[in-house]
Write a protein that binds this ligand. Structure first.
Ligand code: UDX
Ligand code: ADP
Length: 478
């Protein structure tokens, strides 16, 4: 019987996941630990708007469970030693140097967790991989845990089971995804351990949605799911470019293909390119694995999905440049949306970062609005030169000219003297802009670029502003 659960890592995965677990399994205590005291302080803040993660519905759950069966602390060792089950939810970014740099995941945080567990766990502990990990990481964790016990006599030995239980939640809808998952995947070899985790989930998830597999299938299924989803986004984005030049409308194409039950209608929205912490990292992981196992054709296939995505982000810059008479120097451009998608404050791999850098490089002045992303985060994303390219970026930094619009609501003053407005994130407020009013504030001829197809077409057209939309072509006569 599981009584105490510890989750190492209080990030976008660990925090919301344990909150929902605590809400659904009130007789079990869930203790989330992290090495970062600031993050833990934010999780414990009285003012729920200060939680480190913005996720609709999360604050209500934290309010209900925190201090009851949900805690956030930096007491990593203590919580490990008391737990029957430990989730590893730490970050696994792409390696920046050494073998596999740019593709393989850096497992140093996972390894450090395994070492801490091997040192502090007591009795029998079920260790659950929650972070997205390269296939066969379970083996690494097992090796570390078992080697620590080999020198002990059998009476003092601690025992471990390793499970893979990948998280499929998407940011912005995390609470709903956790409460109503399409499926729950539990990979492992020990029936008892699998059933222990199964029993937690079955408190709110229909049992036919809980799938048991071996450890490796579970790890690979997670990478594959993200790779398929990313490929779908790249596929529709590639078709959007074709729509623009042929006079087709990507919304009509999406609707038509989505009716085919084999294809399905979800995840066919065009945009400036996929972002977020998972898609690029997971595909590159797959690429690394395929190359490692001597399958270069498989690696090339998946790598092209990432290439297409980068091309798509740069494509938008080129279009803006062309429409604004070939120069952006000293032009004032309003950026609507900086997070990688709506309803999150996360900017990891956000297309806005690359697109803003491109525009700044062209000499533009940017005014950036996002309802949830802080100025500090934007400064970090745009202002800090990457260490490996310091020299080149020192020049760039001097050129950076941008301003974060401080209001969470978008006010008409934002548009003062702008030459162009670019919608990069599909926040709902951007679909309600009164273009007739704001056009009067902008410099003529003003442009609106809609990379998400959410702008009210009629309002822009009647405002006299010039309008470009992704994936919608004008019909050619020849
Ligand atoms: C993703 C997976 O969906 C989730 O299962 C996994 O656990 C983590 O990675 P997330 O990154 O939070 O979740 O967001 P998701 O909704 O998948 O969107 C990823 C990116 O694709 C975003 O930049 C989004 O704007 C883009 N996207 C998504 C599109 O451009 N069009 C679409 O139709 C869907
Ligand atoms: P994810 O999106 O996967 O949740 P995040 O970066 O949001 O990733 O969160 C991962 C968290 O894990 C961070 O807050 C980080 O401080 C924490 N972390 C990393 N390594 C350790 C460790 N060894 N012990 C405790 N916490 C850790």
């Amino acid at each position: 019987m599981i009584k105490k659960v510890c989750c190492i890592g209080a990030g976008y995965v660990g925090g919301p996941t344990m909150s929902v677990f605590a809400d659904k399994c009130k007789d079990i205590s869930f203790n989330v630990v992290d090495v970062n005291p600031d993050r833990i302080a934010a999780w414990n803040s009285k003012d729920l708007s200060k939680l480190p993660i913005f996720e609709p519905g999360l604050d209500e759950i934290v309010k209900r469970r925190r201090g009851k069966n949900l805690t956030f602390s930096t007491e990593v060792h203590k919580c490990i030693s008391e737990a029957d089950m430990i989730f590893i939810s730490v970050n696994t970014p792409t390696k920046t140097s050494g073998i596999g740099a740019g593709q393989a995941s850096d497992l140093k945080w996972v390894e450090s967790c395994a070492r801490q567990i091997s040192e502090y766990a007591k009795g029998h502990t079920i260790v659950v991989e929650k972070s997205t990990l390269p296939v066969r990481t379970g083996e690494v964790i097992k090796a570390i845990l078992e080697s620590s016990q080999s020198s002990l006599n059998s009476k003092n030995k601690n025992t471990f089971d390793i499970l893979s239980n990948p998280e499929f939640l998407a940011e912005g809808t995390a609470i709903n995804d956790l409460e109503n998952p399409d499926r729950v995947l539990i990979g492992g070899s020990n029936e008892n351990a699998i059933n222990a985790l199964h029993d937690l989930y079955k408190k709110w998830v229909n049992e036919d949605k809980i799938i048991h597999t071996n450890l490796w299938s579970s790890e690979l299924a997670k990478l594959t799911a993200n790779a398929f989803l990313a490929q779908r986004v790249s596929s529709i984005n590639s078709i959007s470019a074709l729509c623009e030049v042929t006079g087709a409308d990507v919304r009509e194409v999406s609707r038509a293909i989505g009716k085919d039950s084999r294809i399905g209608s979800k995840f066919l929205n065009v945009g400036p390119g996929f972002g977020g912490s998972c898609f690029k990292k997971d595909i590159l992981n797959l690429v690394y694995l395929a190359n490692h196992f001597g399958l270069p054709q498989v690696a090339d296939f998946w790598e092209s999905v990432v290439h297409l995505n980068s091309w798509n982000q740069n494509r938008l810059t080129n279009i803006i440049l062309e429409k604004l008479f070939g120069t952006l120097t000293e032009k004032k451009i309003g950026i609507l949306g900086f997070s990688f998608k709506a309803n999150t404050n996360d900017t990891r791999e956000s297309p806005a970062v690359q697109i803003c850098k491109n525009l700044l490089n062209e000499g533009a002045y940017l005014k950036i609005h996002d309802p949830k992303v802080s100025k500090e985060q934007i400064d970090l994303d745009l202002g800090t030169p990457p260490i490996e390219d310091l020299k080149k970026n020192e020049v760039l930094v001097k050129k950076y000219k941008y301003k974060k619009w401080e209001n969470s609501l978008l006010e008409n003053d934002f548009f003062e003297n702008l030459d162009a407005v670019i919608v990069l994130t599909e926040w709902e407020i951007y679909s309600k802009i009164e273009w007739e009013k704001v056009s009067k504030k902008m410099r003529s001829p003003g442009w609106v670029f809609d990379s998400r197809l959410i702008v009210d077409e009629e309002r822009v057209k009647s405002s006299g502003l010039s309008f470009w939309r992704v994936g919608v072509g004008t019909v050619r006569r020849n």
